[in-house]
Every structure is written in structure tokens, then in C-alpha cells.
Design a protein around this ligand. Structure first.
Ligand SMILES: Nc1ncnc2c1ncn2[C@@H]1O[C@H](COP(=O)(O)OP(=O)(O)OP(=O)(O)O)[C@@H](O)[C@H]1O
Length: 307
């Protein structure tokens, strides 16, 4: 178990903490999604978990051992695949892997077998002699992941691993991450793409402004306690209708062309649709009693993840 307790971190030049009392428990072998908009604190939390930064308050314990002691005892147990490309662009793919395998302190035979396994896992066979700096965005991400796997870590920290990749590479990376989780690795996956987190992760924390807004299984986060209606409109809701709905419904949020209203039932839906029609609006999309992570985020923050 990874136990994160009341973690606080403030960058020297910042006027507010990047993390402000974050507590989380991450079960071994889970595919844990850390979802939040830009600046929420995801990279800071990942950096603290990898030991790159040290908390100002609070603690991280892994298997009931303080993080610093855990890392000293098992130096290769945690690997970070950072958001930035962490390789030498002027070296080939094979040279990068050989170099990073070399700095793990492994014997030569293990270095060679780990490099070969990482190449095979990330499907880099066809580009081993290519300069890393000349790879496409998707292949660079795959090389980043391959380097992270060289130490055969138990815990893999993936910081926005699909940013800037084509859909095919994204698909490949998501499948590869699922495979790693099936093999028992604990994966902490940060993203601001709620579709990815929803498709991949079985345990999710939503963070914003350095705080955990909610944490639970995907099913728990998506369960609607009160039946709500989600509308996607061709244009923002007129102010008069927004006022009517805000007054009449216990919960009303609007963000751009998306509107969430609760409670709404099959019995009260026709009235709402009639009011929209009177305002000259026909919804482009509508769902009743079902929500996604974006809507959950909107409900918690009154903002869109994409803002
Ligand atoms: N080196 C730094 N110095 C000062 N402030 C920083 C530094 N790095 C990050 N911050 C600030 O800390 C907060 C959290 O940043 P962090 O990078 O952890 O967020 P994030 O959720 O990973 O965002 P993104 O998705 O954009 O990477 C932000 O307000 C950011 O501006």
C-alpha cells in the first residue's frame, strides 16, 4: 500500500502551495488515475512520490516504510516516466537503452536482457538504430516508457504519457499500460484527459488547486446520487432560462455549452425540453441519470476540465 498523508509542497517562488494537504491510499497492483486540469498539482505529487522533491509537511509511506528508507532499500522499485522526454536525442534508441540500463547498476547480462525486453514491449525493434531526436512524437513516448521499464520497477509513475502522440500510438500506449497492470505493477497515471482515465483506471482521484476533490472507484465516482440531466447544447443557455433552472433545481451547473441539472426524472424531462424548444434550442446530446468524469469534475468545481 502507498499511503500519502497530508502532503504539502510549495515551490520557492510560488505564493500558494502546489499541494495543500493531499492524502491518498493506493493499493498494490492498482491502476490509479490522478486526474486534474493543468496546474492541479499532478506533476508535483508524482515528483514527490519519485523522490525528486521532498514534502514540506506530511509523509509518504510504502509498505509501511517511509519513502526515503524504501528507496534506499529498493532503489529500483519506483520508476518515473516523466512528461518531458528523458533521453539523449543525439544517441540512437539502442544506445539510449544501453546507457540507461548501465546506470541501473545491473550486471551486463541483465542489462542486455532488460534492454531487449523493453524494446520488444514498446515495439521499438524497427527503430533501434535511429537517433532518438529524430523519432516521431509517438515513438519518443514509447522510448520514454521503455527506459522507465528497464529497472523492472514494481511502481511505475506515468506523467501524462500520451501528450502529443497520434491516436495509433495513444492506443498502443494505453494497451501497454493495461498489460503492465495485469502483470501486477502498481501504476500511477496522471492525465487531464478524462476519457483516458475513465477507460484505463480502476481507482481515481480528482485533484484541483493542490487538493483531492474526490477519490474512489470509477463506479463510485460516476454513480449519480440524485438523478441528473446532462445537456450538450449548440450554444450557451440564454440567461433567462439559466435563471429559471437555477432557481427551480437543487443543482444547476453550466459551463460553455454543457449544462447539468438535478433532480430531473422522466416525468419532469418533457417540461425541460419544451423550455429549451421555446428558447429555440435543440440539444445536440442528452443523458439522464448517467455521467462521466468531466461532468463529475464540473459538479465539484463549477468548471470544465478543459478550461
Ligand atoms: N518550478 C516551479 N516553480 C513555481 N511554481 C511551480 C513550479 N512547478 C509548478 N509550479 C506551480 O505549481 C502548481 C502545480 O503544478 P503541477 O505542474 O504540479 O501541476 P500539473 O497538474 O502537473 O499541471 P500540468 O498538467 O500543466 O503539468 C501550479 O500552480 C504550477 O504553476
Amino acid at each position: 500500500m502507498i499511503c500519502i498523508d497530508k502532503l504539502v509542497y510549495r515551490y520557492r517562488s510560488a505564493n500558494r502551495p502546489a499541494l495543500d494537504g493531499v492524502s491518498l491510499q493506493i493499493a498494490p497492483g492498482s491502476l490509479f488515475g490522478l486526474l486534474g486540469p493543468n496546474g492541479a498539482g499532478k506533476t508535483t505529487l508524482i515528483s514527490l512520490l519519485s523522490g525528486l522533491l521532498s514534502p514540506h509537511h506530511g509523509s509518504i509511506r510504502i509498505r509501511d516504510t517511509a519513502l526515503t528508507d524504501f528507496r534506499r532499500t529498493y532503489p529500483n522499485a519506483i520508476a518515473l516516466v516523466p512528461q518531458d522526454h528523458a533521453f539523449y536525442p543525439m544517441l540512437t534508441v539502442a544506445e539510449n537503452l544501453a546507457f540507461f540500463a548501465g546506470v541501473q547498476g545491473l550486471d551486463r547480462r541483465t542489462q542486455a536482457s532488460r534492454s531487449a525486453a523493453a524494446i520488444e514491449f514498446a515495439r521499438l525493434e524497427g527503430v533501434t538504430r535511429q537517433l532518438a531526436g529524430e523519432l516521431s512524437g509517438g515513438l519518443r513516448r514509447r522510448l520514454n516508457l521503455a527506459i522507465g521499464l528497464l529497472a523492472d520497477p514494481d511502481i511505475l509513475l506515468l506523467d501524462e504519457p500520451t501528450v502529443g502522440v497520434d491516436p495509433q500510438s495513444r492506443h498502443f500506449l494505453l494497451d501497454a499500460i493495461r498489460t503492465l497492470a495485469k502483470h501486477g505493477k502498481t501504476i500511477i497515471y496522471t492525465s487531464h484527459y478524462m476519457e483516458e482515465v475513465e477507460a484505463l483506471c480502476d481507482d481515481i482521484a480528482i485533484i484541483d488547486h493542490g487538493r483531492v476533490l474526490t477519490h474512489g472507484s470509477l463506479a463510485t465516482l460516476l454513480a449519480d446520487d440524485v438523478p441528473s440531466l446532462h445537456l450538450r447544447l449548440p450554444q450557451p443557455l440564454p440567461a433567462t432560462l439559466a435563471h429559471t433552472w437555477a432557481t427551480r433545481h437543487a443543482s444547476f451547473t453550466t459551463c460553455g455549452r454543457e449544462v447539468t441539472l438535478a433532480p430531473v426524472t422522466m416525468a419532469t424531462l418533457p417540461r425541460i425540453l419544451a423550455e429549451l424548444a421555446d428558447a429555440g434550442l435543440a440539444p445536440l446530446g442528452l443523458s439522464l441519470g448517467e455521467r462521466n468524469l468531466e461532468q463529475r469534475f464540473m459538479q465539484l468545481t463549477q468548471r470544465s476540465l478543459r478550461d
